[in-house]
Design a protein. Structure first.
Length: 305
């Protein structure tokens, strides 16, 4: 599910790739605020996708999302040439790998949310910050103190606490595995973005994720296509708007602040998920789910100290 994130070592950059003038400390405030907005948009995207999951195959839903994103991109650039920066890249292989990881994230979460509430899916997704920190150490060579590994392990323990009652009551193990796959894919996207952080602009990120994704999904969507009605077509299209807006906010957030600063705030998505579960499906999280969430959030906060 998700976008370019890290500011370059040279400093923050404006939309056209030129160095932006910012007051010291601006990113500390702007980055978290942009991330919170992005998480709200992603929650709207996930809730809408869950509503569509009973009537439409995953390939069709995600394909339409990509097509809408591309239409918005080229429409905006037609009105304002060059908006979002250049489309070419010096790292085509990394972009293709990123596109595959984003596709895996979208498909994994869509399949998971067919069977489990948003809040439970998000609890699995909450392991993404821990996975991202681990990948930053293993792939990027960043040094992490021992307490980070310790509290990351505590966070995963919280996920197990939250999931155990649902599984013991006959919940779908496959759904949780789909959620875990989507989370690992998302953490991979975050890590790849670190390698792409010196390429300014959001346009290439949308192009290089949407075109490969659409091409891969096209044969699957075509074979099981379900003709949508007017309102459903609107709902399917709105997913692209949510995804595009969230992508822009997420990219801006991670250009202005580090993973260590932003990772704890990912957990605020749980509030959106609980509200959506209750407002749309009348579902409230079980006590054990809340206990597991509390453990995960505690682990995250301790990592952030």
């Amino acid at each position: 599910r998700r976008a370019a994130r890290m500011r370059s070592r040279a400093g923050p950059r404006g939309p056209g790739g030129t160095r932006a003038r910012a007051r010291p400390g601006d990113g500390i405030v702007q980055g978290p605020l942009l991330l919170l907005l992005a998480l709200g948009l992603f929650a709207a995207l996930d809730a809408n996708s869950k509503l569509l999951a009973g009537a439409y195959p995953v390939a069709q839903v995600v394909l339409i999302r990509h097509l809408v994103l591309l239409a918005l991109l080229f429409g905006a650039r037609a009105l304002r040439p060059g908006l979002g920066g250049p489309l070419g890249t010096a790292h085509p292989r990394l972009h293709l790998l990123r596109a595959l990881a984003m596709l895996g994230s979208a498909v994994g979460f869509f399949q998971a949310l067919r069977e489990i509430p948003l809040a439970e899916g998000y609890l699995v997704y909450f392991t993404a910050p821990f996975m991202t920190l681990a990948l930053a150490a293993l792939v990027l060579g960043e040094t992490l103190p021992r307490r980070v590994w310790l509290w990351s392990g505590v966070g995963f323990l919280g996920i197990i606490v939250a999931m155990a009652p649902g599984l013991s009551a006959g919940g779908s193990l496959l759904a949780y595995l789909y959620a875990l796959f989507g989370t690992a894919s998302y953490a991979t996207v975050l890590t790849i973005n670190r390698y792409l952080r010196d390429e300014p602009g959001i346009a290439r990120l949308i192009l290089w994720s949407s075109v490969p994704g659409a091409l891969l999904l096209l044969p699957f969507a075509g074979s099981g296509w379900v003709a949508p009605g007017g309102l459903d077509l609107l709902a399917l299209s709105v997913n692209g708007v949510f995804a595009g807006a969230a992508t822009i906010c997420l990219a801006a957030a991670f250009r202005r602040a580090s993973v260590a600063q932003l990772a704890p705030l990912e957990f605020s998505a749980l509030l959106w998920a609980v509200l959506a579960d209750f407002a749309i499906w009348g579902v409230l999280p079980a006590l054990t789910t809340l206990v597991g969430a509390a453990i995960v959030i505690l682990a995250c906060l301790m990592n952030h100290r």
